[in-house]
Each structure stands twice: as C-alpha cells, then as structure tokens.
Design a protein around this ligand. Structure first.
Ligand SMILES: Cc1cc2nc3c(=O)[nH]c(=O)nc-3n(C[C@H](O)[C@H](O)[C@H](O)COP(=O)(O)OP(=O)(O)OC[C@H]3O[C@@H](n4cnc5c(N)ncnc54)[C@H](O)[C@@H]3O)c2cc1C
Ligand SMILES: NC(=O)c1ccc[n+]([C@@H]2O[C@H](COP(=O)([O-])OP(=O)(O)OC[C@H]3O[C@@H](n4cnc5c(N)ncnc54)[C@H](OP(=O)(O)O)[C@@H]3O)[C@@H](O)[C@H]2O)c1
Length: 246
C-alpha cells in the first residue's frame, strides 16, 4: 500500500473551542488498540501528515480521531474546518507501542492522560483485554477547564459496563468544580490524592501505569512514579511505566 489512502470525513464533533473528533471512513490495515496513524492533507502541493491516535477500537468503523487545534498549527487548523464529505488522507499502517501487549501483568492498570492524550486509552478501554487482565482500571483525564473533559458518554459507558472495576478521575486544573481534582497529576501522586480519589493503591507490586499527552506531564509524572518505586517499562527490562508523548 502507498504512504496514504484516501479517506472521507463522515462525522465531526466540536467538544470545546479547540477540541474536535473526526470520524473517517478509510481502508486501513488492522491495528492494535493504543496505536496511532497519520492524517494528512495536501497543503500547497505538499502532503502534510501528523500522528493521531485511534479512538475507535480495532475493527470498529468508522475510524475516529480526537484532536486539538493548535494555534498556528499547520495541519490542525485545516483539520478543524473539514466537514462531512471532505477528503482526508490516512496512513494505512498504524504504529506505536502504547499498547497492552507491551504492558506486563499486574493487579491494577492506571491510564493517566492530559487532554487529547486520552485518545489511545479510549481505544484500549473499548476492547476486552484490560477488563480481563486487570482487577481495577483507573483512567485519569487532566484538562485545564471542565468543558475540555470530552467523550463523557464513552466514559459513562465504561462505568456502566464495568462498575467497580473502573475508576475515572477527572482533573480540572484552572477552575473549581465539585467533582474534579484541581491539580496536576504528578503532585497528586506525591501527596496521595490520586490514590484516595481512585480508591486504589499505587505500588510497584500491584500497578502498571500508561501515560499519554503533554510531554511535560509525561516527564513530570514519570519522575513522581520513580520516586514511588515504579520503574520504566522497556522491552528487554520490564517495568511499570509505559509512555507516549504528544
Ligand atoms: C505518537 C503521537 C500521537 C499523537 N496523537 C495525537 C492525537 O491523538 N490528538 C492530537 O490532537 N494530537 C496528537 N499528536 C500531535 C499531532 O501529531 C500534531 O503534532 C499536532 O496535531 C500539531 O500539528 P500541527 O500541524 O497543527 O502543528 P505544527 O504546525 O506541526 O506545530 C505547531 C506547534 O504545536 C506543538 N504541538 C503539537 N501538539 C500539540 C498539542 N497537543 N498542544 C499544543 N501544542 C502542540 C508542536 O510542538 C509545535 O511546536 C500526536 C503526536 C504523536 C507524536
Ligand atoms: N507536542 C507538543 O509540543 C505538545 C503536546 C501537548 C501539549 N503541549 C503544550 O501544551 C499547551 C496546550 O496544550 P493543552 O491545551 O492540551 O493543555 P496542557 O497544557 O497540556 O494542559 C492539560 C493539563 O495538563 C496539565 N499539565 C501541564 N503541564 C504539566 C506538567 N508538566 N505536569 C503535569 N501536568 C501538566 C495542565 O495543568 P495546568 O493547567 O496546571 O498547566 C492541564 O491540567 C501548549 O501550549 C504546549 O506547550 C505541547
């Protein structure tokens, strides 16, 4: 297959000022939940492609992506104005290692994200594997403002289907709410608030942690977890922290 196949936008949703989901019909090679592909547009005669995680589960159609319009961003300001019926190019072959096949077994799975970094975790949680392999699954989603806590229906579906096995911990860092932690993820690991809110202990004996989103969050959260005795997960040296930076 070529570098890109032609896809068609079949749906679009605007969640907040700069946050969008795009549903795309395109023929892609089977992928693993947690992987990303590339979306591309022809911009002044040049194919400009960027990486986006699948939100849909493998085998589910249409494909779905969740993105933030970056101010001045070359591709995202154009993706944001696409409408149903418009063409978008999609790389047929997925890539990436933020998948459960990279994660050793443990009692508890922690999925910690900022903003659009929740995307690969939604795909993973739509599959059977996390629910079969882990006693508790904690999903944390950290955003600046409450309206950026998108994909609420999907998260409520997980809660409904999996009850006590699933814990959702929202973070809203720049406004007071009556439901979210007003903080950054790393500080709540250090002071115990994340565990308290999740009702699950975070410890190397029982925990696997996947991180996705803002590169600074990934760095700072990794440091906070290292302090707690967890270590980075590497192919040849299994540990507890598996990451992907946007
Ligand atoms: C493995 C991987 C998976 C990704 N998955 C997603 C995804 O599912 N959803 C998504 O929205 N993005 C995702 N990204 C980021 C995406 O690939 C692009 O970098 C982003 O959309 C900006 O593209 P652009 O052409 O508009 O900006 P550009 O013109 O390329 O860059 C403008 C500037 O924006 C910065 N930037 C990149 N991403 C962000 C961001 N999220 N917030 C603020 N600034 C940013 C860049 O560092 C750069 O300095 C992923 C990146 C990687 C590496
Ligand atoms: N590839 C990239 O270059 C890339 C990718 C993603 C984001 N970003 C950066 O993020 C900005 C906007 O992104 P966004 O709107 O998605 O918001 P964001 O800044 O990523 O904020 C989302 C959440 O992450 C928190 N956060 C920020 N830095 C953190 C850190 N070091 N440790 C833990 N949590 C942290 C924020 O808390 P606070 O409210 O306390 O800041 C907020 O709750 C951009 O200006 C860019 O600098 C860059």
């Amino acid at each position: 297959m070529g570098k890109f196949v032609k896809g068609t936008v079949v749906g679009k949703r605007r969640w907040a000022e700069r946050l969008y989901s795009l549903q795309v019909a395109a023929e892609v090679v089977p992928f693993h939940a947690g992987q990303f592909t590339k979306l591309a547009l022809d911009i002044n005669g040049e194919m400009v492609g960027r990486a986006y995680s699948f939100i849909n589960a493998p085998g589910e159609t249409p494909l779905e992506f969740y993105f933030i319009e970056v101010p001045g961003g070359l591709l995202t300001q154009r993706l944001a104005v696409l409408e149903a019926g418009d063409a978008v190019w999609v790389a047929p072959q997925a890539a990436g290692f933020l998948t459960l096949s990279e994660v050793p077994n443990a009692k508890h799975l922690w999925l910690l994200s900022t903003n659009t970094g929740i995307a690969p975790f939604l795909s993973i949680l739509k599959t059977e594997e996390p629910w079969q392999r882990f006693e508790r699954v904690v999903l944390a989603h950290a955003v600046r403002y409450a309206d950026e806590l998108a994909n609420g229906e999907t998260i409520r579906d997980f809660a409904q289907q999996h009850g006590e096995q699933f814990r959702f911990v929202p973070f809203v860092s720049r406004a007071d709410t009556n439901f979210a932690l007003r903080a950054r993820i790393p500080e709540t690991i250090a002071d115990g608030r994340l565990e308290a809110k999740a009702g699950v202990a975070l410890a190397p004996e029982s925990s696997q942690v996947m991180l996705c989103g803002n590169p600074d969050m990934v760095r700072d959260t990794t440091e906070a977890l290292l302090v707690r005795g967890l270590k980075k997960n590497r192919r040849r040296d299994p540990g507890h922290i598996t990451v992907e930076s946007y």
